[in-house]
Each structure stands twice: as structure tokens, then as C-alpha cells.
Design a binder for this molecule. Structure first.
Ligand SMILES: C=C1C[C@]23C[C@H]1CC[C@H]2[C@]1(C)CCC[C@@](C)(C(=O)O)[C@H]1[C@@H]3C(=O)O
Ligand SMILES: O=C(O)CCC(=O)C(=O)O
Ligand SMILES: [Fe+2]
Length: 394
């Protein structure tokens, strides 16, 4: 499906950092050297850097993907039959397309609504104000319009605001992020996202228990413990209406490099999953959240659960918002499957790595896409003498 040009040269860890996409001339609408900033709500047509190859922006298959809605409340309420059903639903979804939805998650409806509405509040600010939170190069935190500060082509038709989340008693990190980047007036918005992230963390640990049960991991609590001190990324996505939606994408085809994603979408729709060669929409279910496995969990399950290819399309009439909570391990934790999973009968599929290295790879060396984990594995693995000789001869 991915027929875009082969990824440019990947530099090994010892080589100087370069982002292959950003390495191209930085576009500047003003003709200067600075990266352009697009105000997507004001663009009458789609500028050339937003045009995606047809193979990636190819049409949606009308048929919706049947994504099971799993009641995760059963992990806490002692309903043994319900728990067996939930475990079976998760096992079957993760062995096929890797997407499922959750209900009974305990996230208050008012909080979910406030989080989606706060995203509106932020993205409706004048561009100059949003730019006060602009992304710091080399990190995932901050505001970006179409990632135009990083990439020169295949720009996504979206604006995003991202920030980190760790659960520390010492400081409300999200509130601090909002007040330090945008000012004290943004404290209430920070509080909404602080509470939302705390709930997302709790929910992600609950889902880890379900994943563990469904994989039959012997050491109970392995994944829950692994993520107890996680350091996650929260991202608010805003997709403005688009004059030519069939030529571009809101988010291009990719697998999330992170461990697990919890997505709350509004009622517009746009998320699509690639199943058997067809892009199939995941219709928003009121009150439910969409879960997908990321590359880091694929490595933690030794490849048994697949990180799955998805994208977000845009449309001509309606703006759309989604909130993605990306669960990530603590930066220096070594990502390694539990012993029972990577036993002699199933040799290790991926080398040990730390999340810090994998994240740096996606921010400095490689644009997350359909084959990020393979590219990273290749980047980590020293070339064989034969490969070195072939490279030298070329
Ligand atoms: C480590 C990360 C890379 C991305 C941000 C975080 C979590 C998910 C990744 C991303 C959203 C996957 C889709 C492609 C991407 C480039 C995007 O469109 O935003 C990715 C993120 C990124 O590098 O900004
Ligand atoms: O907005 C969506 O529906 C999906 C976004 C997504 O896949 C991502 O941010 O990783
Ligand atoms: Fe994603």
C-alpha cells in the first residue's frame, strides 16, 4: 500500500542528526528562510505541499469497520462472564486489525466534553496567540500548523497541540505547561487536560491488564508495572474543513510508534484503518473511546499484537477534533517482552531499545509512517561486514 518513495538515507546513531523530510529546502511562503506557518482556515485552495500521492490518499471503502465495543468495567465489578467476553473480544481484535473501542471506562461524560471543547477554545485563537506555544524543534511538545516547521511535503491538513504527561504528586505538569507557555489565563484549560490525562493514564493501565490476560502472560501485572511510571504524550488534533479533501489527508497512513493510543473523537468521523487493502472508516460511537496498539506494544508482545496502519481523512464541510493520548514508557525503560512471551519457541523479533531512543528517532531521523519500527530496528542493528563492504564498493 505504501508506494511513496523509499525512505531517504537513514543515519546511524553515531552520525549527525537529520530529518530526511525536513532536510529538503524549508518552504517559506514569504520567500524568506523561516519555515512557513499556514493558517489552514484561511487557505482558499490546498497549497502544493499538502498534496499526497494517490496511493496514500486513495479513496475510502464505504463499508465501516466493525470495531468491537469492549466494556472494561468488568475488570473491576467481579462479573466473571463479562471479563471472559472482554478478554476474548480484545484477543480477536488484536489478532486481526488491532482496533477496539472501550465503554464502561469511568471517564465522566462532562470531562470528555470539556476536553473536546477546550481544544476548540485553543484552536480558535488567532494564529499569533497559538504560536506562543509553538513546538520546540526536536521535541513533540507544542503547537504546530500542518507540521510545516518540520516537513516540506505531504503536509497534513491539521493543527495539533501536544504536551507531555507524567503522574507526579510533586506538580500538576499539564497545568504548568499551559500557564508557562500561554499564560495564567490558560490555567482552567490546563486543569481540564490535567484531569483528562490522569483519567487516561488510569484507563491505559486497566487496558494493559486486559491485554495481559488476553496474551496469557504468566507474570500477572508485568505490563501494568511496566507503565506505572509512564511518561505519555497528549495530543489535541484539529482538522479544519478542506477545499479539496480528496487530494490531501488530515493524518497520513502510519502506525503509532507509542505503546497504546486512546482516541476520543467528536461525532464527525474521519479515522480509517487499512484492512485487507481497504481503508475502512471507524464510525464514532457516542461515549466510547477508540484504542489501538502501537509499535512499542508490538515489541513488548514480541510481535503477537500488531500495530496497525491508520489515517485520518478530512472533509469539505465540517471541522473535526480528536484527542489522542499516547501511552509511552518512562524514557529510560528498556522495551523487552516478558520472558514467557519471548521463549525459545518464539525468538525475539525486535532488539532491546529505550523509548527515549525510539522517540528521538521519530523526531530527528525518520518521519513516523507505515514502517517506523522496522526502520528503527534496522537503524539500531549494526551492518554485517558484507553490508559494509557492499556500501563501500557502491
Ligand atoms: C512519538 C510521536 C511521533 C508522533 C507524535 C508522537 C506520537 C505519535 C506520532 C504521530 C502522530 C503518528 C502519525 C504521524 C505523525 C508525524 C503526525 O502526523 O503527527 C506522528 C507524530 C509526530 O512525529 O509528530
Ligand atoms: O484523528 C484521528 O482520528 C487519528 C489521529 C492519529 O492517528 C494520531 O494522531 O496518531
Ligand atoms: Fe495514530
Amino acid at each position: 500500500m505504501d508506494t511513496s518513495p523509499a525512505p531517504p538515507l537513514l543515519l546511524r546513531p553515531s552520525a549527525p542528526s537529520i530529518d530526511p523530510s525536513a532536510a529538503k529546502a524549508v518552504i517559506s511562503k514569504s520567500g524568506g528562510a523561516a519555515a512557513s506557518v499556514y493558517d489552514l482556515r484561511r487557505e482558499p485552495n490546498i497549497p502544493a505541499p499538502f498534496v499526497w500521492p494517490h496511493a496514500e490518499a486513495c479513496p475510502t471503502t464505504a463499508e465501516e469497520l466493525g470495531v468491537p465495543v469492549v466494556d472494561v468495567g468488568v475488570l473491576r465489578n467481579g462479573d466473571a462472564a463479562g471479563l471472559r467476553r472482554a478478554v476474548a473480544q480484545v484477543a480477536s481484535a488484536c489478532a486481526t486489525h488491532g482496533f477496539f473501542q472501550v465503554s464502561g471506562h469511568g471517564v465522566d461524560e462532562a470531562l470528555a466534553r470539556a476536553a473536546l471543547e477546550s481544544a476548540n477554545g485553543f484552536f480558535r485563537l488567532p494564529l499569533a496567540e497559538k504560536q506562543r506555544a509553538r513546538r520546540v524543534p526536536g521535541t513533540v511538545s507544542g503547537y504546530t500548523s500542518a507540521h510545516a516547521d518540520r516537513f516540506a511535503s505531504k503536509l497534513p491538513w491539521k493543527e495539533t497541540l501536544s504536551f507531555g504527561f507524567q503522574d507526579t504528586a510533586a506538580a500538576p505538569v499539564v497545568v504548568d505547561y499551559f500557564t508557562s507557555t500561554l499564560g495564567e489565563d490558560f490555567e482552567p484549560m490546563g486543569r481540564v487536560y490535567q484531569e483528562y490525562c490522569e483519567k487516561m493514564k488510569e484507563l491505559s493501565l486497566t487496558i494493559m491488564e486486559l491485554l495481559e490476560l488476553s496474551l496469557g502472560v504468566e507474570k500477572r501485572g508485568y505490563y501494568r508495572e511496566f507503565f506505572a511510571d509512564s511518561s505519555s504524550i497528549m495530543r489535541c488534533n484539529y482538522y479544519p474543513p478542506c477545499p479539496e479533501p480528496e487530494r490531501t489527508l488530515g493524518t497520513g497512513p502510519h502506525c503509532d510508534p507509542t505503546a497504546l493510543t486512546i482516541l476520543l473523537q467528536d461525532d464527525v468521523g474521519g479515522l480509517e484503518v487499512l484492512v485487507d487493502g481497504d481503508w475502512r472508516p471507524v464510525r464514532p460511537v457516542p461515549g466510547a473511546m477508540v484504542i489501538n496498539i502501537g509499535d512499542t506494544f508490538m515489541a513488548l508482545s514480541n510481535g503477537r499484537y500488531k500495530s496497525c496502519l491508520h489515517r485520518a481523512v478530512v472533509n469539505q464541510r465540517q471541522e473535526r477534533r480528536s484527542l489522542a493520548f499516547f501511552l509511552c514508557p518512562r524514557a529510560d525503560r528498556v522495551v523487552r517482552p516478558p520472558p514467557a512471551i519471548a521463549a525459545a519457541a518464539s525468538p525475539r523479533r525486535y532488539p532491546d531499545f529505550t523509548w527515549a531512543d525510539f522517540m528521538r528517532f521519530t523526531q530527528r531521523h525518520y518521519r513516523a509512517d507505515t514502517r517506523t519500527l522496522d526502520a528503527f530496528t534496522q537503524w539500531l542493528t549494526p551492518p554485517t561486514p558484507a553490508q559494509t563492504a557492499a556500501q563501500e564498493a557502491a
